[in-house]
Design a protein around this ligand. Structure first.
Ligand code: NYM
Ligand code: MG
Length: 188
């Protein structure tokens, strides 16, 4: 159908919330339901900028805080032409983190609290500790105040299947609604 475009679906949240698992399951379910859907993730570690970010996150290199923020941003911008092309072709994109992680994780750095309680289950990358994640979560809460974006909060503490079912239903509605909104609105 002429003018039909894909939806841009972004999964955001703290580390270990299950975003990658849910993103993959969502793409499979949308494709099985007859949609054209593809997966993207940020940081996308395969590009030159992505490799710098991956090395930074793995604590193999040091990058000044403002600079690394801009590298995360550049890593998204280098994919914007592809994102626009896919959406305009009618492909729905499921994105595992986008600019909201950029804001939440950078601002969590800027208001560092004294306490650094560590949780065993976190990984070994930079930012992967309880107090940092708590600050990132607070920032996500503030970002959701932007009502021009269609935020939906999903309780990720339930089973993978229950969470998946809810996300899939929400996305079917979003894909329908996206067809009536011009693409240009997304980057203005
Ligand atoms: N992250 C991610 C940022 O600090 N800024 C950003 O702009 C983005 C997109 O990188 N701890 C952080 C959040 C995560 C880490 O981990 C990426 P993963 O497992 O690749 O999503
Ligand atoms: Mg991670």
């Amino acid at each position: 159908m002429a003018g039909r475009r894909g939806a841009l679906i972004v999964l955001e949240g703290v580390d270990r919330a299950g975003k990658s698992t849910q993103s993959r399951k969502l793409v499979s379910a949308l494709c099985a339901a007859g949609h054209r859907a593809e997966l993207l993730r940020f940081p996308e570690r395969s590009t030159e900028i992505g490799k710098l970010l991956s090395s930074y996150l793995e604590k193999k290199s040091e990058v000044e805080d403002h600079s690394v923020h801009l590298l995360f941003s550049a890593n998204r911008w280098e994919h914007v032409p592809l994102i626009k092309e896919k959406l305009s072709q009618g492909v729905t994109l499921v994105v595992d983190r986008y600019a909201f992680s950029g804001v939440a994780f950078t601002s969590a750095k800027e208001v560092r609290l004294a306490e650094a309680a560590k949780r065993g289950e976190f990984g070994h990358e930079r930012y992967e500790n309880g107090s940092f994640q708590k600050r990132a979560l607070q920032s996500f809460g503030q970002l959701m105040g932007d009502k021009t974006l269609n935020w939906r909060v999903v309780d990720a503490s339930r089973s993978i299947e229950d969470v998946h079912k809810e996300i899939h239903e929400l996305c079917e509605d979003t894909i329908q609604a996206a067809m009536h909104r011009p693409l240009e609105e997304l980057w203005t």
